[in-house]
Write a protein that binds this ligand. Structure first.
Ligand code: AGP
Length: 592
């Protein structure tokens, strides 16, 4: 949820570099920011607020020293205040810690430490960490051992970066169930919760596993396990350029990422041979169970329609947060497919760990080296590139592409590849509708409610359209199977309520058209998505977004989602909301 970074530089001031790094991480947490650097004492500048505002007031980059740690916070324990902002320190201000995760037993630890005389300055769970390290350093341990000792006291999840004025040439990083990476350049070392944070400075990355520590300092980078044993770990060279993680001329990351979608799908298609290899390695299974959250859940739902209708394999879709309540139906005949952009979503990881005990697991993931990729039996990468906007867009279409590729290799229907290869062109055509969609956004930006309806393959598209609208415009949006409207929600339809009908040609079309007539008869404003030659739909709809006739319902989920993403984006901009940072949401949800 929060973003952390630390660096040791060679004859260069650390604070401006750390500031640049946390700016890249801002999408992960936006209520507070802080930087600490050690010289003869630990100096900290931190406050609640957006980085740009805090920097204006405190001049964060002015901190002296060639090493330091920094943090951007998304509050979980304690309100967003200056006191609760990281870095946190011990009683004597000799140790500073930044942390991402949740320390579940912090209350007990805090009570014990207070009984021993430690004085706390914040309401955070994190603050127990510097006090524990202080306790063990006071007992004679060095920073590395005291940190290791402190970690054994913690229950919960953490990625941390620690430094001390007593050893002002060292940063200790450690992780358990929260991501942490190490970056290396010649004589310059970094730790960070996320690759884009440090990509401007290095693309040579070491991924830490749970219960591992990184010791950055005069000996370079040492990776050790929690018992202090040295670990050999390969350095991976990340091909993302810093530019890929920047806005690239667009107003927001989200719109940049919406426009990157044809490219993202092409990149995913380049994974076809890898996906084929994974399919060849899979054990026999008679049942599939998709597990995911949010947008990834909607991709999974599309997977269910595809696999059941085109493969004939019984396929369940379970929300990861609900998985623990239904997992007993799993067995060795089940393939559990987890879809997660970040590979770090706490609900999905928990489900993965349950599934691993009973079935084979396959993760479809965007973030290389993330926890899901390391804990699943099989992995497929979506290769959509870094996605910064909180609202998932390009990773969704890449997830869908992976599902189509899986279907193709599982079914042996290689002729479908030709259709899939043409999808990026259809996506480009859909993006060309942006001006029209901007006009529709202006027209409906003040409406309090929206409905999105579709049947079969278009039902997940409707759900995803509604989720996009909700998360970045704060407008109430309901995604519904079109046929379900008459069983209740129709009562909510008043004069003028916009209903977005996803109605590509195919088996579901005529019935969905019937629902369009049904809502129109009740005064709804119909925004229809359908085929160019669908004259009858065009005649009923108040607005019509047209697609090439050859896109039938089976492949519609990829191109047809684009107008819905654009609609949400432009309404958000019209309303003056920052679509990249919707309130109450974060890119990666690392708490259950
Ligand atoms: C998507 O727009 C959302 N921000 C959210 O629903 C997201 O898809 C969900 O939290 C799952 O994330 P994951 O794919 O990284 O696991």
């Amino acid at each position: 949820m929060c973003g952390i970074v630390g660096c040791i530089l060679n004859n260069k001031k650390a604070a401006p570099v750390l500031l640049g790094c946390v700016k890249r991480l801002e999408y992960r947490g936006y209520d507070s920011v802080g930087i600490a650097t050690p010289t003869h004492k630990i100096q900290i500048k931190k406050d609640q607020g957006k980085i740009v505002d805090v920097d204006k007031n405190l001049k964060l980059a002015d901190l002296p020293g060639t090493m330091g740690i920094a943090h951007v916070r998304w509050a979980t324990h304690g309100l967003p205040t200056k006191e609760n902002a990281h870095p946190h320190t011990d009683c004597e201000n000799k140790i500073a810690v930044v942390h991402n995760g949740i320390i579940e037993n912090y209350k007990t630890l805090k009570e014990q430490l207070e009984d021993e005389g430690h004085v706390f300055k914040s309401e955070t769970d994190t603050e127990v960490i510097p006090h524990l390290i202080e306790k063990y350093m006071d007992a004679g341990e060095d920073l590395e051992n005291a940190t290791r000792h402190a970690l054994t006291d913690l229950k919960g999840s953490y990625a941390i970066a620690v430094m001390s004025k007593n050893e002002p040439d060292k940063i200790i990083g450690a992780r358990k169930e929260s991501p942490l990476i190490v970056g290396k350049n010649e004589n310059e070392y970094f730790v960070a919760s996320d690759v884009p944070a440090i990509l401007e400075y290095t693309n040579k990355i070491i991924y830490l596993n749970d219960y591992e520590m990184a010791i950055l300092g005069e000996n370079g980078v040492l990776i050790k396990d929690i018992d202090g044993n040295l670990i050999e770990r390969e350095i991976e060279v990340i091909e993302w350029t810093p530019d890929m993680a920047e806005k690239g001329g667009y107003d927001h990351f989200m719109i940049k990422e919406i426009h990157e979608q044809p490219e993202a799908v092409k990149n995913t298609l380049l994974e076809a041979s890898e996906i084929k290899k994974v399919v060849q390695k899979l054990p026999g299974f008679s049942r599939i169970c998709f597990v995911a959250c949010g947008t990834s859940y909607h991709a999974s739902l599309t997977g269910k329609y595809l696999f059941e209708s085109r493969l004939g394999i019984p396929t369940d879709v379970v929300l990861a947060s609900e998985f623990g309540y239904s997992s007993r139906t799993l067995n060795e005949e089940t393939l559990v497919i987890l879809i997660t952009q970040s590979g770090e979503t706490a609900d999905t990881l928990k489900a993965l760990r349950i599934a691993n005990k009973k079935a084979k697991t396959l993760a479809i993931v965007n973030v290389l080296g993330s926890t899901a990729t390391r804990e699943s039996d099989y992995v497929i990468y979506t290769r959509a590139g870094p996605e910064i906007g909180v609202a998932a867009t390009k990773t969704y279409v890449s997830q869908l592409t992976c599902i189509y590729l899986l279907l193709i290799y599982l079914s042996g229907r290689h002729e479908l590849l030709d259709i899939l290869q043409k999808i990026p062109d259809h996506m480009v055509s859909a993006l060309e509708k942006e001006n029209k969609i901007r006009d529709i956004a202006k027209k409906y930006k003040n409406t309090p409610d929206f409905f999105f309806i579709g049947r079969g393959f278009s039902y997940p598209t409707a759900m995803e359209g509604a989720l996009k609208l909700k998360e970045i415009t704060y407008i109430h949006g309901e995604g519904y199977p079109a046929g379900e409207l008459k069983h209740g929600p129709l009562a909510l339809l008043d004069e003028g309520v916009p209903v977005v009908a996803v109605a590509p040609p195919g088996k579901s079309h005529d019935k969905t058209f019937g629902n369009v007539e049904e809502v129109k008869a009740r005064g709804a404003q119909v925004i229809a998505l359908g085929s160019r030659s669908d004259e009858i739909l065009k005649s009923e709809a108040h607005e019509m977004i047209e697609f090439e006739d050859e896109i039938d319902e089976m492949f519609s989920p990829i191109p047809y989602i684009i107008p819905l993403q654009l609609l949400a984006y432009h309404i958000s901009v019209e309303k003056g909301i920052d679509p990249d940072k919707p309130k109450n949401l974060a890119k990666c949800v690392t708490v259950e």
